[in-house]
Design a protein around this ligand. Structure first.
Ligand SMILES: Nc1ncnc2c1ncn2[C@@H]1O[C@H](COP(=O)(O)OS(=O)(=O)O)[C@@H](OP(=O)(O)O)[C@H]1O
Length: 203
C-alpha cells in the first residue's frame, strides 16, 4: 500500500478480500487502524449478479438453477459454488471480527446505494472523517440504466454514469429456486444482522 502524507488517505478496493481466509490477519498486521467498507446486498440477488457476470464471459454456461443446486433438484444447495458461498456473509464477518472491532467496519447497503446514493456516501464520508463534500446535489437517477449517475466528477465536468458492465440484465430464474435459496440464506442473514446490529431486511 502506498504511504500517505498528512491530509491524505489511501483507499484500496478488492471485493474478494472480504471472503479470503488469510486477509483479515494480513490487513491487521499491515495496519490495525485500517477502516473497512463492506458493500452487501441480498445474497440471492448477489448470486444471480455474480452468475450473470460469469455467463457474460462464457458462452456455454449452464443455467443458474443447475449450478446452484446439487443433483438436479432444489433440495440441496451447492454451498461449494462460489456465487452461493460468497453470500454467507456471517461466516466471513466472524473472521474479520477476530481482528477488527465493529467500530472499524462500515456496512453499506448495495440496495440503498442505488436508491439513495447520497445517504450511503454521506455515511462513508463521516466514517472516514471527511467533510461531507459529496451530497444529493451531485447525483441524478438515470431511469434507462436504473442507476444513479454523477452530474460531474473531480476528473471531468460532464455527467458520469457507471459503465456498461454494471446493471446487466439478469436472466429469469425459476421462482422455486429463488424461494429455496432465500430459505437457505435466512439463518445466515439473521446471524449477519445480529453481528452487525443492522437489519438489512432481505426477503
Ligand atoms: N456504484 C455501484 N452502486 C450500486 N451497484 C453497483 C455499483 N457498482 C457496481 N454495482 C453492482 O455490483 C454488481 C457487480 O458488478 P460487476 O459485475 O461489474 O462486478 S465488478 O464490479 O467487476 O466486481 C453489479 O450488479 P448487477 O448489475 O445487479 O448485476 C453492479 O451493477
Amino acid at each position: 500500500m502506498p504511504y500517505t502524507i498528512e491530509g491524505q488517505i489511501t483507499m484500496e478496493k478488492t471485493p474478494s478480500y472480504f471472503v479470503t481466509k488469510e486477509v483479515p490477519q494480513r490487513v491487521y498486521h499491515m495496519n490495525p487502524a485500517t477502516k473497512l467498507l463492506i458493500v452487501v446486498r441480498d445474497p440471492v440477488t448477489r448470486a444471480i449478479s455474480d452468475y450473470t457476470q460469469a455467463a457474460s464471459k462464457k458462452a456455454d454456461m449452464k443455467r443458474f438453477e443447475q449450478l446452484a443446486f446439487v443433483n438436479g433438484s432444489y433440495s440441496v444447495v451447492d454451498t461449494n459454488w462460489g456465487p452461493v458461498k460468497i453470500g454467507v456473509y456471517a461466516r466471513y464477518l466472524e473472521r474479520w471480527l477476530l481482528y477488527f472491532p465493529l467500530s472499524q467496519l462500515l456496512f453499506i447497503s448495495g440496495e440503498r446505494l442505488i436508491m439513495d446514493p447520497a445517504y450511503e456516501i454521506g455515511r462513508v464520508q463521516d466514517f472516514l472523517g471527511l467533510k461531507r463534500v459529496v451530497t444529493e446535489k451531485h447525483f441524478y437517477f438515470n431511469a434507462t440504466k436504473g442507476f444513479p449517475c454523477l452530474f460531474k466528477s473531480e476528473a471531468r465536468s460532464t455527467p458520469h454514469c457507471l459503465g456498461k458492465t454494471k446493471g446487466r440484465n439478469h436472466p429469469h430464474i425459476d421462482p422455486g429456486a429463488i424461494e429455496r435459496l432465500r430459505e437457505f440464506y435466512r439463518p445466515f442473514n439473521n446471524k449477519f444482522y445480529q453481528l452487525t446490529g443492522i437489519n438489512f431486511a432481505w426477503p
